[in-house]
Design a protein around this ligand. Structure first.
Ligand SMILES: [Zn+2]
Length: 228
């Protein structure tokens, strides 16, 4: 199941004990890469959710330069030594897929930071494109991550779950006090963002009114029944 809330130590456990720190981590798990996103107001990067739950993910700034200059220097493809940066590694993988040099796109796991210590496991994505844009000050890398369909979750629901904007997640989390909203339940772990009215019945992912926190137990029990 995707879009579940986890604590940082759970993230580390899921990722086999790796303390993921940087935004972009190419093939850090061998079979897949990991990217981190943030919904915090002072988030340093511009990541967007497009239609169909596609993430438009921004590349990394040049390292080793003063903070006040970071947003005025082109994001680099390569390091001084000539090795590829994380931008370069992701860009190359996207290019190889687009040019059919590799058959399948690189797989990316995405985590979204809601606030200090609280993360959303966004699940797996395909890296389908990488390109360079001008943001008004300098060149930045952009990567398109398409939700990876699995057999467990119906595609429409998966796209729906992945389309909840970060600010809506924050609003729901704060409104519900970080716990399951069932009156007889106070669970604060295994929480999921649940749509009160499902996509199939016309419910929206874009407003906090249609989304609530449910623990795994109550989320499972709800199934397709409308209880709220
Ligand atoms: Zn519950």
């Amino acid at each position: 199941m995707t879009t579940n809330l986890i604590k940082y130590n759970e993230l580390v456990a899921i990722e086999g004990g790796i303390h993921v720190q940087g935004g972009m981590n190419f093939e850090i798990r061998g079979s897949y890469s990991i990217v981190l996103m943030s919904t915090e107001k002072n988030a340093p990067y511009v990541d967007e959710i497009l239609d169909e739950g596609i993430i438009k993910y921004e590349g990394e700034d040049k390292r080793g330069i003063p903070p006040e200059l970071k947003k005025f220097v082109d994001q680099p493809m390569a390091n001084k030594s000539g090795t590829l940066t994380q931008n370069g590694l992701f860009f190359q993988a996207a290019k190889n897929f687009k040019e059919s040099i590799i058959e399948k796109p690189a797989i990316i796991k995405a985590y979204r930071k809601l606030r200090r210590g609280i993360w959303v496991d966004m699940g797996f994505y395909n890296l389908i494109d990488g390109f360079i844009e001008h943001d008004g000050n300098r060149k930045v890398f952009k990567f398109l991550l398409e939700p990876l369909f699995d057999e467990i979750e119906p595609k429409a629901d998966l796209v729906h779950n992945r389309s909840i904007p970060g600010e809506v997640m924050v609003e729901v989390y704060e409104r519900d006090g970080g716990r399951c909203t069932r009156p007889d339940c106070t669970a604060t772990d295994n929480l999921h963002f649940d749509h009160k009215i499902p996509y199939s019945k016309g419910g929206s992912s874009k407003t906090a009114e249609n989304i609530q926190l449910l623990c795994a137990r109550h989320n499972l029990r709800k199934n397709n029944k409308l209880i709220y």
